[in-house]
Ligand binder design. Structure first.
Ligand code: ASP
Length: 430
């Protein structure tokens, strides 16, 4: 274990304005003289804005240049709030932004996801260039690192899988020599590269995962995610009142909750940390002195009920066309196709003639999957559903959550209840 190294991750909300970036600088002043790797996401809602440019370019609806101009304007405005007009950061930014110009000048590529990664990744590049320049300007010596020189993925755009062996070798060769108490290392979250040097992304909100990859490969002593909430809460404060902060959480609990939709941490983040017993802190950038939540191997007793809500769910009812039983060979084929489509299965149930799965309904994956199996199977799809997972449940809470909803699927295993819910349709008067 590298006793001294810490890894910090700052997400979009902590970098969404001049003041926010200054606040991050303030937090980092306290780390001066310590070995630190900083991972940054794109600023604010940049990724959503860049996604719109990708879409407009794919549709060739003529809107892409204006959207891109708006993005550039906003970026330069933020910079003018932080730097003098003659600062060299503007040159570096132009170099990063021109990548988008090049893509927009071309006809849309046949692979939408490829174009998506080339454009959307620029958000992280821009943000890292700005924060790097700002920290140096504030007297915090910081070295800029291109995460794509380190994180190698497979060739699946928008959902790259990390090639751990090569990534570890790159970290040893490139990053370890950079670690020092004299200067921080700052890099981008979310992005990686294929073996042919094309940029990939790790999936939305993937910067937490990047920080965990660096923590793992560099044997960090801890990793901290800076959020706009005081720590990990018992439920999403945007959806529920009366949520409270958890001081301690085990890796196991954190994995369960994030996998099923607790948005506070990207689900893939915990495992690499757990494998090396690296504690994860979730802290507030609004109240940096607050205690936050400490996630580790430590077994915690007496959890309160924890609620995770995952929206945009689809329930697929799959049956054989000839109404024979859904037998082992059908299942094995179905799982193969599920894996090929990288469909996240959140719940499943099997009866003699029907196999039902509840999956995240995003990016056309459900339609593509159904198309791939419809020759052999009949598929009925319910959409617009909600998956609620309650750990350490109490009946009263389940009743409240089910109120005015239709339960399409429910499962109880030990301390966990999962329910797939649909809103009750509103009856119209004649
Ligand atoms: N910027 C990317 C996103 O918004 C990655 C991240 O923020 O973690 O999904």
């Amino acid at each position: 274990m590298n006793q001294d190294l810490q890894v910090f991750k700052f997400g979009g909300a902590s970098l969404d304005s001049v003041e926010s970036i200054q606040n991050v600088g303030q937090i980092l002043q306290d780390m001066k003289g310590q070995a630190l790797v900083i991972v940054v996401s794109a600023m604010g809602k940049t990724t959503n804005e860049l996604e719109k440019i990708v879409q407009a370019h794919a549709e060739q609806n003529g809107e892409a240049p204006a959207l891109f101009d708006a993005f550039k304007r906003k970026t330069f405005e933020t910079c003018l709030g932080l730097f003098d007009e003659s600062h060299e950061v503007f040159v570096s930014l132009n170099d990063a932004l021109v990548e988008i110009d090049w893509v927009l000048e071309e006809e849309p590529h046949e692979n939408y996801d490829y174009t998506y990664d080339q454009i959307v990744s620029v958000g992280e590049m821009v943000s890292s260039i700005i924060v790097h320049a700002y920290l140096n300007q504030q007297g915090l010596p910081t070295q800029w690192l291109d995460a794509r020189d380190v994180i190698l993925t497979d060739n699946v755009y928008r959902a790259g899988w990390v090639q751990w062996k090569e990534t570890q070798e790159n970290a040893n060769r490139i990053v370890k020599p950079m670690i020092s108490t004299e200067a921080f290392v700052l890099t981008q979250g979310f992005i990686g590269t294929t073996s042919e040097n094309f940029t990939t992304t790790l999936g939305r909100e993937g910067s937490d995962y990047t920080a965990a990859i660096f923590s793992y490969c560099l044997d960090a002593k801890s990793m901290t995610i800076w959020k706009d909430v005081p720590g990990v809460l018992t439920g999403d404060p945007r959806l529920f009142d009366n949520v409270s902060k958890l001081d301690l959480l085990s890796y196991k609990e954190a994995i369960e909750m994030t996998y099923y939709g607790a948005k506070v941490i990207h689900p893939k983040t915990i495992k690499p940390l757990q494998n090396k017993h690296i504690p994860l802190l979730v802290k507030s950038f609004i109240d940096p002195q607050g205690s936050g939540t400490y996630i580790s191997d430590e077994v915690v007793d007496n959890y309160p009920p924890l609620v995770a809500v995952e929206k945009a769910q689809a329930l697929l009812h799959i049956s054989t066309r000839d109404f024979s039983f859904v037998a082992e060979h059908h299942m094995s084929h179905l799982f193969k196709v599920i894996a090929e489509h990288r469909l996240q299965v959140n719940m499943m149930q099997n009866t003699a003639i029907c196999f039902s799965i509840c999956v995240n309904d995003k990016d056309n994956k459900v339609a593509d999957f159904s198309q791939a199996i419809e020759g052999q199977f009949k598929v009925i799809i319910d959409r617009g559903l909600e998956l609620i997972t309650v750990r350490h449940y109490q009946e009263k809470i389940l009743e409240e959550l089910r109120a005015e909803k239709i339960v399409l699927l429910e499962e109880r295993i030990r301390q966990t209840v999962q329910m797939v819910l649909k809103d009750v349709p509103v009856m119209k008067r004649k």
